[in-house]
Design a protein around this ligand. Structure first.
Ligand code: PMP
Length: 403
């Protein structure tokens, strides 16, 4: 258990920049609740979507012998690297062996990028709203953050230009979640992806392309990844993860970066964790080798579409005229904006007591620009519970507005 008591130990100045994550903290907050709660807060796959039987089988076949529990190569276990390259073949994330580093989930990929590129005081642009843990990682390396507006076509490139003009210097790193963005659910259009790459090239900036949801498209036409559009240009540093497509507890992901960074990535990772958890790597490799992923993804896409639709229908029934929301074509999240001036941080306690949890909008903005918005995860809850959760949310809104 942690306490709020400030330490008297001689911390480094870096500690002032460790802001934590409201999203991750909600896991422990919710674990302490004993009443029935519809959980729209965490971005977890549905419990039913975790392929437990196949992972069990992968553990039985992949984890025989002591060597499965030894240290592994820092760049990743060869069987996983091979299976991953095959999995990506023919997709927008197709890549080559020398560009790959296996990581402890997407978060380690973000941390490695920040560790390699950010000096204290460097300008880093983040989307507004952005993935909290991504901006928190840049802050932990003492970046100066500029927030760039997001609309239905993703990050606004005009806003990016304006922010850079205003800052009077170019960004070291441009952080983006281009597809089914966490938290807004919107995707960056092809034209904007191309413009972004062109600008970044001109500025000499690195594009941190964090795309954990791209394989979970359930509507609309695919858009090429920033990785593919860069066509080998070293400026794109891509972070990917198995967390949303297989299971987050495995903590396995990968970085796809210019081969000139390979040794540095290995050295940076060696001072963090030596290697990614080997039993987890072996399980993922076996899961892929057995050919389970395609069918698993097809089932997930259908189910997530059903859940998104259930959430939108319930929002229309209960909050029409009082709020607007986005219409994602994939991924896990919907972004709800209240036109009424409702304070979604103040609403949280009432909503939690009424049995529904979400993440308030301000958690997704270092400058706390979203006091009247909130993020809902539709992926982890079955449709009937989604309807119940949205009804509870609307009741909490009524109660707070009546005060
Ligand atoms: N980036 C984004 C945009 C995410 O949504 C997440 C997970 N919520 C991550 C990175 C981190 O992924 P992982 O859990 O694999 O560390």
């Amino acid at each position: 258990m942690t306490t709020d008591t400030p330490t008297t130990l001689p911390l480094g100045s870096r500690a002032d920049y460790l802001v934590g994550s409201v999203i991750d903290s909600s896991t422990s907050l919710l674990a302490k609740q004993t009443h029935d709660i519809v959980r729209f807060a965490m971005g977890s796959p549905a419990a039913e979507a975790i392929p437990t039987e196949q992972l069990g089988e992968a553990a039985r076949t992949g984890l025989t012998g002591a060597d499965a529990f030894d240290y592994a190569a820092t760049e990743g276990d060869p069987p996983l690297r091979t299976a991953l390259l095959e999995m990506l073949e023919g997709t927008t994330d197709a890549t080559t062996d020398e560009r790959l580093t296996i990581t402890a989930g997407g978060m380690q990929g973000l941390d490695l990028a920040a560790k390699l590129f950010i000096d204290p005081g460097d300008l880093v642009t983040v989307e507004s709203p952005t993935y909290t843990n991504g901006s928190a990682t840049a802050l932990a390396y003492q970046a100066e953050l500029a927030e760039i507006e997001v609309d239905e076509d993703g990050m606004s490139i005009d806003a990016l230009r304006v922010a850079v003009d205003r800052a009077g210097r170019t960004p070291k790193l441009i952080y983006t979640v281009p597809t089914f963005q966490n938290p807004s659910g919107t995707s960056m259009s092809l034209a904007r992806r191309q413009e972004l790459l062109e600008l970044a090239r001109g500025w000499g900036s690195v594009v941190l392309d964090d795309d954990p949801y791209g394989m979970l498209r359930f509507a609309g036409d695919p858009v090429p990844s920033l990785h593919e559009l860069a066509d080998g240009d070293p400026l794109v540093f891509s972070v990917r993860t198995f967390s949303k497509i297989i299971a987050p507890g495995l903590r396995v992901g990968w970085v796809d970066a210019d081969p000139s960074l390979g040794q540095l990535l290995i050295h940076a990772k060696q001072s963090m964790d030596t290697c990614t958890n080997l039993p987890a790597q072996r399980m993922v490799a076996e899961f892929l080798r057995a050919g389970h992923l395609e069918e698993h993804l097809a089932t997930q896409r259908l189910e997530y579409r059903r859940r998104k639709e259930a959430m939108q229908e319930a929002l229309t029934e209960h909050l029409s005229g009082r709020a607007t929301w986005t219409d994602p074509e994939g991924g896990f999240f919907l972004w709800v904006s209240f036109g009424t001036g409702l304070d979604t941080e103040a609403l949280f306690e009432t909503a939690l007591a009424d049995g529904v949890a979400y993440i308030p909008g301000n958690a997704f903005s270092p400058g706390r620009r979203f006091p009247h918005d909130l993020r809902l995860c539709f992926a982890s809850t079955p449709p009937d519970r989604i309807r119940e959760g949205v009804a509870r949310l609307a009741r909490a809104v009524d109660a707070v507005e009546a005060r």
